[in-house]
Ligand binder design. Structure first.
Ligand code: HEM
Ligand code: HEM
Length: 135
């Protein structure tokens, strides 16, 4: 198993743990409901997507009888997905306490990094599954 595959799975579980604690705190302290975006994206981009990236990178090429097109791009995607997610949620949180154009810009920039990481997964998977040569 590639190192970045294990890292995706590990980080998925870490985000699940953090988002679960936040979800329970949201139940106990209704003022924390303003962080629903943080909880839902820790769950969906952190837990769900990272688990799918990790399992997908490992299993889908094998199912198709192909080699992953670029493990290097997979590694890069791992870093961009995590930097984008943590940045997006951290700047969103800071922006709720201290609304400013700066934080809004940083949230958008982090969201774009996250979107770039999604496009790398898209490219790597399509280039792998539709490659002409078999592994
Ligand atoms: C112990 C586990 C969990 C707790 C305590 C929890 C708690 C919450 C709470 C309090 C809300 C806000 C609901 C509201 O707006 O009234 C919420 C929303 C949400 N949660 Fe969780 N949650 C948990 C697990 C999960 C899991 C496992 C996922 C996904 C894999 C998830 C995804 C979401 C999403 C997407 C929303 C936004 C839904 C919407 O806007 O309607 N949650 N959760
Ligand atoms: C670059 C990636 C993404 C960005 C920038 C983004 C941004 C947003 C924004 C701005 C909202 C509205 C929040 C609000 O009403 O306060 C939202 C809601 C939501 N998004 Fe995303 N999203 C991204 C990826 C995803 C992905 C991959 C999933 C699912 C796998 C997802 C699931 C949801 C859900 C369930 C909601 C409604 C719950 C909520 O309001 O928090 N998002 N997203």
């Amino acid at each position: 198993m590639d190192r970045f595959v294990k890292s995706f799975i590990l980080m998925g579980i870490v985000y699940l743990a953090i988002a679960t604690v936040l979800g329970i705190c949201m139940l106990g302290y209704p003022s924390l409901m303003q962080f629903k975006f943080v909880h839902s994206h820790l769950m969906m981009l952190g837990w769900v997507s990272m688990m799918i990236y990790g399992v997908g990178y490992h299993i889908l090429p094998r199912f198709a009888g192909k080699l992953l097109k670029s493990p290097k791009l997979g590694e890069l995607q791992f870093w961009l997905a995590n930097i984008g997610l943590v940045g997006m949620l951290a700047f969103y949180t800071l922006g709720t306490y201290n609304p400013s154009g700066l934080y809004r810009g940083l949230v958008i920039a982090s969201g774009l990094i996250e979107a770039l990481s999604i496009s790398l997964f898209f490219y790597n998977m399509i280039a792998t599954l539709y490659a002409k040569t078999e592994a």
